[in-house]
Design a protein around this ligand. Structure first.
Ligand code: AMP
Length: 287
């Protein structure tokens, strides 16, 4: 049985659970707070702290895992990144006090103390930038360190920036862009049976990630407008055209549309007189 390590709580827990369920893998838990669960009869889920997942996978306590890129890179162990799952987006950023006047990494003076829960990534970043700083490792809530006088600046995770603002801090530079990843220990892909199962899992999750950015659009259009419809709806392989029973010169055009294109596409279809426009979510998409 392939073991998959999943965040037991925190920001990544729900996203991990949701994406596996959308890929068609059902959790079968003895009770709500179980530390283990059967997953679709194919995998055994282990619920652990997101921070521990890179180590657990690298050590072989689990075969694959879902956790943040920040944690994978901070851990520094050799892991294979199978897929970027697209949720849990945030950035690891350098932030300084608003009243410090530091607006770029180049303006950070030698000897500056940096509070961070990511000492390895912070050290690597400042070394590459040629900045001579002192790393002060903390286990969390780095944003209070400059006010307590234990550090001058911080390297911490940011998504909206509101926590920084509340603490009178200003973002100076980005160390790393992060999101949730599916990772494995490298050797597992060489195992014929386990490797196949891990690849199947990757393909299934990839189809969910791909579908997330797309919508399925249907519209009734006039046959004589089809050349324009084709220009409006490029689709993966052009729109599918379906006859509409007893509807004369009208046909239905179906296409997979990029979510970000939807607004433009609908406006353009309306402009050529399309009717009955319908947009639906796609569960999974395998081209
Ligand atoms: P947890 O500490 O269990 O809530 O998980 C923290 C992980 O969630 C981080 O390591 C990141 O990968 C991810 N994450 C996403 N957005 C944020 C954010 N705004 N602040 C902290 N962590 C975030």
């Amino acid at each position: 049985m392939i073991r998959i390590a999943l965040p037991n709580k925190g920001r990544l827990a729900e996203g991990a659970r949701e994406i596996l369920e959308r890929a068609g893998l059902e959790f079968d838990m003895a009770h709500e707070r179980s530390l283990q669960a059967s997953l679709g009869g194919e995998f055994e889920a282990l619920f652990v702290r997101a921070d521990d997942i890179p180590e657990f996978v690298a050590d072989g306590a689990a075969d694959v895992g879902i956790t943040g890129r920040d944690l994978v890179e901070e851990c520094g162990r050799e892991l294979r990144v199978l897929l970027d799952l697209g949720f849990g987006r945030c950035r690891l950023a350098v932030a300084a006090r608003e009243d410090d006047g530091i607006d770029a990494v180049a303006a950070i003076p030698a000897g500056t103390r940096v509070a961070t829960a990511f000492p390895r990534l912070a050290r690597r970043y400042f070394e590459a930038a040629g900045c001579d700083v002192v790393i002060v490792p903390v286990s969390g809530a780095a944003e209070v360190a400059p006010h307590l006088g234990v550090a001058d600046i911080i390297v911490d995770l940011v998504s909206t920036g509101s926590t920084l603002k509340t603490n009178g801090l200003r973002e100076v530079a980005t160390v790393l862009e992060s999101s949730a990843l599916l990772v494995s220990r490298p050797a597992i892909l060489d195992d014929p049976l386990a490797g196949r199962k891990v690849r199947e899992l990757t393909v299934a999750l990839e189809s969910v990630v791909r579908a997330e950015g797309k919508r399925y659009l249907m519209a009734n259009v006039r046959k004589d407008a089809l050349a324009t419809v084709k220009e409006i709806l490029p689709g993966i392989s052009g729109p599918t055209i379906v006859d509409v029973l007893d509807h004369g010169d009208w046909v239905a055009a179906h296409a997979v549309v990029d979510r970000r294109e939807l607004y433009r596409v609908i406006a353009e279809l309306k402009a050529i007189g399309a009717t009955g426009i319908l947009v639906t979510k796609i569960e999974r998409l395998m081209p």
